[in-house]
Design a binder for this molecule. Structure first.
Ligand SMILES: [Zn+2]
Length: 234
């Protein structure tokens, strides 16, 4: 039988635990079962926090440094099961990661396809992120600076920051989940003014329709046109 007095709370117990199992306590210390359980729970919590907050660094397709939490990388790699597992451990659904100079939320990282080896639809992982409570209207940041009020959102990325072609089902999903169409952006053709996405769509749609006729087989323009129509009909 171990020492019957708990070194932490002082109660007398017949069920004392040798403290070497608990980090930070002396070798000959004994503590009660309740204190031991609490210590273990706290240690497990600290370990989980370290695990979910750790920054994972990889190299992107253009040699750029890609950094983010495990959840961010799982989102970027379009792995809904892994996103859910990490979220259940307490991972932040909106913690931004970065590639090159830009930072993006997990939702944006899932949508953007400018990452090497990315394939398949972004819908399943975006559905998971949104159902778990990811902020659909969070903005990106650039060059590690302050958050400009006109920086991109997930919806902006879904339409403009994709290299293969916009996924209209992702646009639908974001709209269904409360993507704010009134948010304004610095539109590159008119840098002096801020425009919301339906305004950008209205200005672009004639030109886009022309491009669709000229390059019928180029799905990119067709998909963007579909996305514009979704914005304007919403
Ligand atoms: Zn105790």
């Amino acid at each position: 039988m171990l020492s019957s007095k708990c070194a932490i709370c002082g109660i007398t117990t017949k069920d004392a635990v040798a403290a070497p199992a608990v980090s930070g306590l002396g070798l000959k210390t004994n503590i009660c079962r309740t204190c031991f359980d609490r210590f273990q729970a706290e240690a497990a919590k600290r370990e989980a926090e370290e695990y979910i907050n750790a920054e994972i660094v990889t190299t992107g397709g253009k040699g750029e440094c890609v950094r983010g939490t495990r959840l961010w990388h799982a989102a970027k790699n379009r792995e809904p099961g892994e996103v859910r597992r990490l979220a259940e451990l307490g991972a932040d659904l909106n913690a931004r990661g970065s590639f090159g100079a830009a930072t993006a939320t997990p939702l944006m990282a899932a949508i953007g396809d400018a990452f090497s080896g990315k394939c398949g639809s972004a819908v399943p992982v975006c559905t998971t992120l949104l159902s778990l409570g990811a902020d659909v209207n969070a903005r990106a940041t650039w060059h590690g600076g302050d958050l400009p009020p006109y920086a991109e959102t997930a919806l902006y990325w879904a339409i403009f920051e994709v290299q293969v072609q916009p996924e209209t089902d992702v646009v639908r999903l974001l709209l269904k989940n409360g993507a704010d169409l009134m948010l304004k952006y610095k539109w590159y053709e008119r840098k002096e003014e801020l425009l919301c996405l339906p305004e950008i769509a209205r200005r672009q749609i004639d030109n886009l329709q022309f491009r669709c006729r000229a390059w019928e087989r180029y799905g990119y323009y067709q998909a963007r046109l579909e996305a514009f129509k979704l914005l304007l009909e919403h």
